[in-house]
Design a protein around this ligand. Structure first.
Ligand code: GMT
Length: 378
């Protein structure tokens, strides 16, 4: 804790499985541990948010269903809740993660309050809020407006900063603050987890994501299907649901015995400790928090050379990168590391060291704190 007065910070994020919500949750926890008061505002409690931690609160947004609305509205009730929480707790800052609709709701909330109660709005862009929705004419002007009206805008990679300038034509100042991860101690031993997963001595390939189309689960499965010998490989897939969509691919590729699926996992550390290699096949990725999580456990990854991934993984030093959509190149890289454990161990060590030097809470959270103090003058 510093000598400066603690801040009161509102955080809004998606509460479900996904990097932006996970990062926002971890940031809130770290801020609370550093003495700040943190108020999460969302339609559900973020799935990794611990209960009973001092200075960490959750305020649900109630959404009513009205027959007149074909599509339920979230933005307005969210903005009203943000204004209520800001007023009641006199928030210094509202930090929204993922622009749509959170940044717009925050700007609206601010306008609902008298000047002396208005929090500063910090918007963190995480990825598809720029790269996908930023290209959609139905969203682009609203995102641009919300960024322009924010007191500060951050992106999680240099890549995303460039894309935000290019795609959205956003010329305002944007600060790059990379993601971080704070691994907890696994709750169970490696042996217990291996037993739960039914592992003998197979090579464990790890993937965790929300399985959205851009994660290219089809390429992931095709890559795994090319590995030899098949009996020696398991794909451990942590997801938030939706894998049934790929059942036909699993069947077509004959992977039924190779895939181990776990959904909505909160104790990710339990599983990371048994992973031998990460595999990430996205077509687009502003950062890829999952790669970083694996790096902390000395688990290197084979990933696609897209977006901000090269800012996380240096090809050949702390992991391996291959062209997007190229299952042959990806499988060659994976097979090579399966067949050369010493090389894999070196990459894993370098990955862990890189993570500990660059992407810890101790390195990253003070950058957010400094930003909050700058915009709020506190
Ligand atoms: O932007 C998204 O698609 C959603 C977001 C999420 O909630 O998973 O993912 C983004 O934010 C993560 C945390 O900053 C990054 O690690 C992911 O790379 C990024 N996803 C994409 O860029 C596709």
């Amino acid at each position: 804790m510093s000598n400066l007065a603690p801040l009161k910070i509102g955080i809004t994020c998606y509460p479900t499985v996904g990097g932006s919500g996970i990062l926002a949750t971890a940031l809130g926890e770290e801020l609370a541990a550093r003495g700040h008061e943190v108020h999460f505002i969302s339609y559900e409690r973020p799935f990794r948010l611990p209960t009973g931690q001092p200075r960490l609160y959750f305020h649900p947004v109630a959404i009513n269903h009205y027959g007149l609305f074909k599509y339920p509205d979230y933005t307005l009730p969210l903005s009203v809740r943000m204004a209520e929480v800001s007023r009641e707790f006199q928030l210094d800052v509202l930090h929204v993660h993922y622009a749509v609709p959170h940044a717009t709701a925050a700007i609206l909330a601010r306008h609902m309050l008298p000047p002396e109660l208005q929090p500063r709005v910090v918007t963190t862009l995480h990825g598809t809020d720029t790269t996908l929705l930023g290209c959609d004419p139905g969203y682009r002007p609203a995102i641009h407006h919300a960024l322009t009206a924010s007191d500060a805008v951050t992106t999680v990679s240099n890549f995303l900063k460039r894309e935000t300038e290019r795609v959205l034509g956003f010329a305002g100042p944007t600060e790059v603050i990379h993601n971080f991860f704070t691994p907890r101690s696994p709750r169970r031993s490696r042996a217990e987890v291996r037993q739960e997963l039914g592992l003998r001595d197979e090579f464990v390939i790890f993937h965790s994501s929300n399985l959205r189309p851009l994660k290219r689960i089809d390429v992931l499965l095709e890559t795994v299907a090319r590995l030899q010998p098949r009996a020696a490989v398991k794909l451990l897939l942590l997801a938030g649901g939706g894998f049934a969509h790929y059942a036909a691919d699993v069947f077509r590729l004959g992977l039924e015995d190779m895939v181990i699926l776990r959904e909505n996992v909160t104790d990710i550390e339990d599983y990371l400790q048994v992973a031998d290699l990460g595999l990430f096949t996205s077509d687009s990725e502003s950062f890829c928090l999952s790669i970083l999580e694996a790096m902390f456990f000395g688990c290197p990854s084979v990933a696609t050379r897209v977006g901000g991934i090269p800012e996380v993984v240096e090809d050949g030093q702390s992991g391996r990168l291959a062209p997007a959509g190229d299952a042959i190149a990806l499988a060659t890289a994976v097979q090579n590391l399966m067949d050369h454990p010493e090389r894999r161990r070196q990459l894993g060590e370098a990955a862990q060291q890189r993570a500990q030097e660059n992407f810890t809470a101790a390195v990253i959270v003070p950058q957010y704190e400094a930003l909050y103090r700058r915009v709020s003058g506190s």
